[in-house]
Design a protein around this ligand. Structure first.
Ligand code: ADP
Ligand code: MG
Length: 703
């Protein structure tokens, strides 16, 4: 474990720099919180003028402290922090908890950079600045101005919002979601979310890592930290709507909102997502208490048809569609219900079900090898006692001795049900007030297994490429002062990375056009070649299915005239004469250089579908063959590729390969390419491959 981060999150001794004798001041609150919770380490209040606070001896400066100091919690104004960092460094402090605000969040990045550099020169790490602090139940440590330690539990939360930390701290009691650690990271100037994920993964008191994320700088480090972790990680990402509006020259740019890119990155990191704050609580509870669900067979037990149907709907929504249990399972379940009950799935024991039936069916179902996960529902009735039912469920689970299969519960009712659920949660069984929540929580436990399978599957292949040629093409365009490549140049770059592009050559004159057309063979396609015309069709610059010499000549003139009419001062290189590809299913590939994750690729159905349906999916590049194949299945239009209405299936294998090659290209040329796309790529029948008929590359701006 990282020693400095250890010192910050689990200090054996802590100095409070700026300890105050005045109630209401942060320097007082932090000290009081440390004392009040019974922190078992040594506390050193530091204040140049006070002599005693809360009955503790006060030291004039860090250097006066007699013993070693693991962490210094800094609460003094921003302008004094730099000097304090020096003092701490000289004393040999290991880590700093900088609560003070007034750094990059108010525009003072220089000061923030200065204190980080300084801390590093003393081998210290910084949590913060601009944070509430850090809390740990297992250490009775409340080094923060949040009023108390959270409800005890096994999840640990890292949050970028300090206000949210204080709110979640309080809500942990009412929502009955327990935490061991709550860590506020504020500006994350030094210790990052990724660092904390790695640290918490090794923390014995943490079983699930819960994250509230507004945005981070080290996207790729996060993916690596997530992949390497052995505990479930769940993230709630906020602020997903702002960044998509960034002006973009390509389809991909406008389609790649933060939401989709973050979702892709979370998936690649093996991180489960929460849809909102409620969902973060609910899923965190299940992930912190229950083992992952290892198969697809979910069984639902209920005493009411209504909640059963709601659970059935939810099961489909969250990727766990219910299947009928095998006949022998049904036969056994039938024994614990009246004649009119149903042993299918959901298993409806009817409103007559009391303690005994709940106990028997839960015990049988939970122990049965067919069942991979169990959701037990209960509708409060006048005839039954919720606490008794809960007891029945709990004993069944305990008697089964099973520890590697998940169970979630939902009691729908009033105060009695609430009490019963509280008891279950205390015993480690997640219980929720609505059936869809219990199923959603189970969905998270299933997702976890899927995500782990994905991150551990085959590595990304490194295909042989001719990056030298590609870079020469780019260098030439840059020499000419251009920010984009023409289609011909783009295709040269694509081809250098093994992508199947149509043959295309530049004709400067009509005669050259005719000669090239004859060489390539009719029919051909003619397209304007100008770095100033990115969308060629819009300029009347594309003619397909050109069949003979006369047509080549006519079209040459028409295209030139159209282009000039479209943009009088356009720099026109000539006209591309191109092999005409046969018709195929149109798909689009695109890329952006995401500010957080770097080169990121998009795939979707092409043509009008792109703009209208936005049926696209993303991955941070490069992608493995498995991920590429999954991308094909993720779009809503996936059945079109599989072959609908008697049409032959498309060559998905070739398309997957193209996705891998393309992702490799944008990854390798990330220093050069800002955005790119291939729109359309034509996909043929199985065995007949794929053809890139249009390509576009937009270069990164260089200083
Ligand atoms: P742009 O997107 O700049 O308007 P494209 O090169 O994509 O221009 O051409 C427009 C359309 O013409 C394509 O969507 C495709 O349907 C068709 N097309 C272009 N090139 C070819 C080709 N080589 N073979 C067959 N069809 C083509
Ligand atoms: Mg196009």
């Amino acid at each position: 474990m990282n020693e400095q981060i250890n010192a910050v999150l689990r200090p054996k001794s802590i100095a409070v720099v700026g300890a105050s004798a005045t109630p209401g001041k942060i320097g007082y609150t932090v000290l009081e919180n440390l004392v009040k919770e019974g922190y078992n380490g040594v506390i050193y209040p530091i204040n140049p003028t006070a002599t005693e606070i809360l009955g503790m001896k006060v030291y004039k400066s860090i250097s006066d402290v007699p013993g070693p100091i693991d962490a210094a919690c800094i609460t003094i104004p921003a302008k004094f922090v730099s000097a304090a960092v020096d003092e701490c460094g000289k004393k040999g402090v290991k880590g700093l908890i900088i609560i003070t605000s007034g750094f990059s969040e108010v525009g003072d990045r220089a000061l923030e950079d200065e204190i980080v550099a300084k801390a590093h020169s003393y081998n210290m790490r910084i949590l913060g600045p601009n944070i509430v602090g850090t809390l740990s139940n297992s250490d009775k440590l409340n080094a923060s101005f949040a009023p108390f330690l959270p409800l005890e539990g096994k999840a640990s939360l890292v949050t970028q919002s300090g206000a949210l930390l204080i709110a979640i701290d309080a809500a942990s009691f009412t929502r009955r979601v327990g935490f061991d650690k709550l860590v506020s990271i504020g500006n994350a100037a030094d210790i990052s979310i990724s660092d904390l994920v790695t640290w918490l993964d090794e923390d014995a008191s943490t079983s699930c890592i819960s994250l509230y994320i507004e945005g981070f700088k080290d996207g790729r480090a996060f993916i690596e930290a997530g992949k390497a972790a052995s505990k479930p990680i769940i993230a709630l990402k906020s602020g997903v709507s702002a960044h998509g509006a960034a002006a973009a020259a390509s389809h991909t740019g406008s389609l790649a909102g933060a939401a989709k890119v973050y979702s892709a990155a979370f998936q690649q990191a093996g991180v489960i997502q929460a849809s909102d704050l409620n969902n973060l609580f609910d899923r965190t509870l299940a992930l912190s208490l229950q083992p992952p669900m290892r198969g697809d067979n979910l069984l639902v037990l209920t005493n009411g048809g209504g909640v059963g149907v709601l659970a059935t709907d939810a099961a489909e929504r969250y990727g766990l569609p219910l299947k009928f249990a095998p006949a022998d399972v049904q036969a056994e379940l039938k024994k614990h219900m009246p004649e009119f009950g149903s042993a299918k799935n959901p298993v409806d024991m009817t409103g007559m079900a009391g303690l005994e039936w709940y106990h028997e069916t839960t015990k049988f179902a939970y122990s049965h090898p067919w069942v991979d996960g169990l959701v037990v529902l209960y509708c409060e009735t006048a005839m039954t006692n919720p606490m008794e039912i809960a007891q029945g469920i709990l004993t069944a689970v305990e008697e089964s001795g099973i520890k590697d299969k998940p169970i979630t519960v939902s009691f729908v009712g009033g105060e009695r049900s609430d009490k019963a659920m509280r008891m279950l949660v205390e015993k480690g069984i997640p219980a929720y007030p609505a059936p869809d929540i219990a199923v959603n929580a189970m969905g998270a436990l299933r997702e976890y297994t899927h995500l782990r399978e994905m991150v551990t599957e085959g590595a990304v292949a490194a295909p042989k490429v001719d990056s030298k040629t590609a870079r020469e093409v780019i260098a030439k365009a840059r020499m000419e002062g251009r920010g984009a490549l023409t289609e011909i140049e783009s295709k040269q770059v694509f081809a250098a990375y093994g992508l199947p592009v149509t043959t295309t050559q530049l004709a400067r004159t009509e005669d050259e056009a005719v000669a090239l057309a004859k060489k390539i063979g009719f029919p051909i396609v003619m397209k304007i070649v100008s770095p100033d015309i990115l969308h060629k069709s819009d300029a009347g610059g594309v003619k397909v299915n050109v069949k003979d010499e006369q047509a080549v000549r006519d079209n040459f003139r028409t295209i030139m005239a159209n282009a000039r009419a479209y943009k009088a001062d356009a720099d026109i290189h000539g006209i591309a004469i191109q092999e005409m590809a046969p018709w195929g299913t149109e798909v689009i590939l695109g890329s952006v250089n995401d500010p957080t994750f770097g080169p990121t690729m998009m795939f979707g159905l092409g043509g009008i579908f792109v703009e209208v349906l936005k049926d696209v999916t993303f991955r941070v590049a490069p992608v493995s063959a498995g991920q590429a194949a999954r991308m094909l299945g993720e779009i809503r239009g996936a059945p079109i590729l599989a072959g609908v209405r008697g049409e032959a299936p498309r060559d998905r294998k070739a398309l997957s390969e193209v996705l891998c090659l393309y992702s490799n290209m944008i990854f390798d040329l990330a220093d050069e390419i800002a955005e790119s796309d291939a729109n359309p790529v034509l996909v043929y029948e199985e065995g007949k491959g794929v053809k890139v008929v249009d390509a576009r590359v937009i270069l990164k701006k260089k200083a």
